[in-house]
Design a protein around this ligand. Structure first.
Ligand SMILES: [Zn+2]
Length: 263
């Protein structure tokens, strides 16, 4: 009898009808958060502009103090507002920075253990295209900047700064924002990895060549040089057997997060 009962139960579990997920009712704090976001956009408020105070928000929206505080904490964490406490304090508008995006992205890449080869495959597709766009769209000032930061006299000429200026020089907001996040992951990855000095020098030479092609407005040459630059770093990682491993060495990344808590 007991056995039969179990069987029946198992069977009914097997054929359990599909039930749609229960829709979560939006929380009051989420609704207020959206209202404040909409207000910032609608009024075209710039960073630094003052927003209503906590008590004004309570009065005008009829939300509890707890709800208003939760909404403000949420917006603060998302980088939309800055809250200064104390008598001279107040709530001001901020714009979310790329830093917030890139930190979340890097954390995601660490948690889901996506392999380093994913990062290279992505970069090999997108960065040559960015270099080509930069050759077309960079302002004269940006060209000067690219040449200056890859100059032989600059110790950091092999650093990620070059890639950041290049993505800004594409004149395309999608490239700028997405690449800023990707570049941050690359920066963390290379610094955690411990890339030898001579490779950094090599990267500096590659940056100088790409900057020159961009200054001559040679898009396809800039693109080819960028691809070669990424491939040469990919080769080093392949030799270390790193490509199939997680993008950021997990233990090192955890240590890095702990350090940043204190800095
Ligand atoms: Zn580089």
């Amino acid at each position: 009898m007991v056995k039969k009962a179990t069987q029946t139960k198992e069977k009914s579990a097997e054929v359990a009808p599909y039930l749609p997920e229960k829709k979560r009712l939006p929380k009051a704090s989420d609704l207020l958060g959206n209202e404040i976001r909409a207000m910032i956009l609608e009024q075209g408020l710039l960073p630094g502009a003052a927003l209503p105070s906590e008590s004004e928000l309570i009065d005008s929206h009829q939300y509890s103090r707890g709800t208003v505080r939760e909404a403000l904490r949420l917006l603060e964490a998302e980088g939309y507002i800055s809250v200064q406490r104390g008598p001279k304090g107040g709530i001001t508008v901020r714009y979310p920075t790329v830093d917030l995006v890139s930190k979340s992205l890097a954390t995601m890449l660490t948690i889901d253990l996506s392999p380093l080869s994913d990062l290279f495959d992505f970069r090999k597709l997108i960065e040559p295209a960015a270099a080509e766009l930069a050759a077309k769209n960079a302002t004269d000032e940006q060209v000067e900047q690219l040449l200056a930061i890859s100059d032989y006299s600059i110790p950091e000429r092999g650093s990620i700064t070059f890639h950041n200026v290049l993505s800004e020089s594409t004149g395309n907001e999608m490239f700028r924002v997405i690449l800023a996040a990707v570049n941050r992951v690359v920066e963390w990855q290379t610094s955690l990895e411990g890339v030898p000095e001579r490779e950094v020098m090599h990267a500096g030479d590659a940056h100088a060549a790409i900057a020159k092609a961009i200054s001559l407005r040679q898009g396809s040459r800039a693109s080819t040089l960028m691809l070669q630059h990424i491939q040469s770093y990919e080769k080093i990682m392949a030799e270390r057997g790193r490509l199939s491993e997680a993008t950021l060495p997990r233990e090192l990344w955890i240590a890095q997060l702990r350090r940043s808590v204190h800095s």
